[in-house]
Design a protein around this ligand. Structure first.
Ligand code: GLU
Length: 311
C-alpha cells in the first residue's frame, strides 16, 4: 500500500491542512484561490499542508490532469508536505467504512433507479430528496444497486470559521444519501471523511460550493466515530456570467509565467492586503503568510475577482 502522509508525527503544532483537487482538468484561477487560501492558512499556523488527488470518479478523470495540477502548484510556490495520496488507491479503506456502517445498521442497499426516485421526490440541496423507499429492504425480487446512509430529522450544525453557524436538516435537504454509487464508485462524501480522519486533517479550507456537503460529512464522522475538523469555506470564483470557474465553463489553465500576478489577484479575492505588484512570487507568498487575517475573507459563497486577469 502507498505510504500515506499524515500529520500525526507533528506534535508541535495542532494544524494539518490539505488541498484535495479532483483531476478533471488543469488548475484554473478558482482552484488557485482555494489552494492558496488553504496553503496560507496552514503556513501561517506553522502547520502541514497535504495534497490529495480525489480521482475516484474515474469517468470524470482527465489523463495527465493530476500531474498538471502538481506542476502548477509547484510553479506557484505552493509546496506540499509528504507523499501525495490518491483516492483510487484507497478503495479498501472506503469499503471498510461502508462495512462498518452496514454492520451497525446505518447503511442499507437501495434498488431504486434515478427515474423511480425522480418521479416521487421533492428537490433538495443536491437534487431529488430520497423518499426512503428501500429503508426496510428493497421490494421482493429487486437487487440493491447503491448503498445509502440512513438520516434523521435532527439538524446537523457546525461553526464555519468564515460563515459562522451553519445548520442543515439532512432528512429534508437530502434524505438518506448515497455512499456507494450504483456504478460501484464510492461517493465523495464517504471518501473525504475517511481520508481527512486518516491523514489527521485538523483544518479543511475549501470552496463554499462544498458548504452543503459539510453536514453530511460531519454526520458520517459521528457515525464512524471519527473526529470533526475545523472548517473554513472560501468564496468560489465566478466568471462575468456568474458561473463557477470550471472545465465546463472553459476556465483557462494557470500559466506559470503569470504566477506572481495570479497569486496577487487570488489574495485580492480572499480580501487580503496586497504585496507590491513588483514583488517576486516567493516575496508575494511570504507577505501573504505574514499578513493573514482569515477574518478578512469575504463570507460570500461566490465572488468575481475584480483583479482576476481577463482571460
Ligand atoms: N475534490 C473536491 C473538488 O475538487 C474537493 C474536496 C474537498 O476539498 O473536500 O471539488
Amino acid at each position: 500500500m502507498a505510504q500515506v502522509s499524515t500529520c500525526r508525527h507533528n506534535r508541535r503544532v495542532d494544524y494539518c491542512g490539505r488541498f484535495a483537487p479532483s483531476p478533471t482538468g488543469p488548475l484554473h484561477f478558482g482552484s488557485l484561490v482555494t489552494a492558496l487560501g488553504s496553503w496560507i492558512d496552514a503556513r501561517a499556523a506553522g502547520g502541514r499542508w497535504l495534497l490529495r488527488i480525489e480521482d475516484l470518479d474515474t469517468p470524470r478523470n482527465v489523463e495527465g490532469a493530476a500531474q498538471a495540477i502538481q506542476r502548477t502548484l509547484a510553479d506557484c510556490g505552493l509546496h506540499w508536505d509528504g507523499a501525495i495520496i490518491r483516492q483510487s488507491e484507497r478503495r479498501e479503506r472506503y469499503r471498510a467504512a461502508l462495512e462498518q456502517l452496514v454492520r451497525e445498521g446505518h447503511a442499507y442497499g437501495c434498488a431504486c433507479t434515478r427515474s423511480e426516485i425522480a418521479a416521487v421526490a421533492t428537490i433538495g440541496v443536491d437534487g431529488p430528496v430520497y423518499p426512503g423507499r428501500c429503508r426496510d429492504g428493497p421490494a421482493a425480487g429487486r437487487t440493491p444497486r447503491a448503498w445509502r446512509v440512513r438520516v434523521d430529522g435532527t439538524p446537523v450544525a457546525f461553526t464555519d470559521r468564515i460563515h459562522g453557524r451553519v445548520e442543515q436538516q439532512l432528512e429534508t435537504a437530502l434524505g438518506d444519501f448515497v455512499v456507494l454509487r450504483a456504478d460501484g464508485i464510492f461517493a465523495y462524501q464517504l471518501a473525504v471523511v475517511v481520508d481527512d480522519a486518516q491523514q489527521g486533517v485538523t483544518d479543511v479550507v475549501r470552496g463554499a460550493d462544498l458548504l452543503d456537503s459539510t453536514p453530511r460529512q460531519i454526520y458520517l464522522q459521528r457515525l464512524l466515530g471519527l473526529p470533526t475538523p475545523r472548517y473554513a469555506h472560501l468564496p468560489v470564483i465566478t466568471n462575468a456570467l456568474g458561473q463557477k470557474l470550471s472545465k465546463q465553463t472553459r476556465a483557462a489553465a494557470i500559466d506559470a509565467r503569470e504566477a506572481p500576478a495570479l497569486l496577487r489577484a487570488a489574495l485580492a479575492a480572499l480580501g487580503q492586503d496586497l504585496p507590491p505588484a513588483s514583488a517576486s512570487r516567493d516575496a508575494m507568498l511570504a507577505f501573504a503568510v505574514a499578513h493573514w487575517p482569515p477574518q478578512r475573507i469575504p463570507a460570500r459563497t461566490a465572488a468575481t475577482s475584480p483583479d482576476s486577469p481577463a482571460r
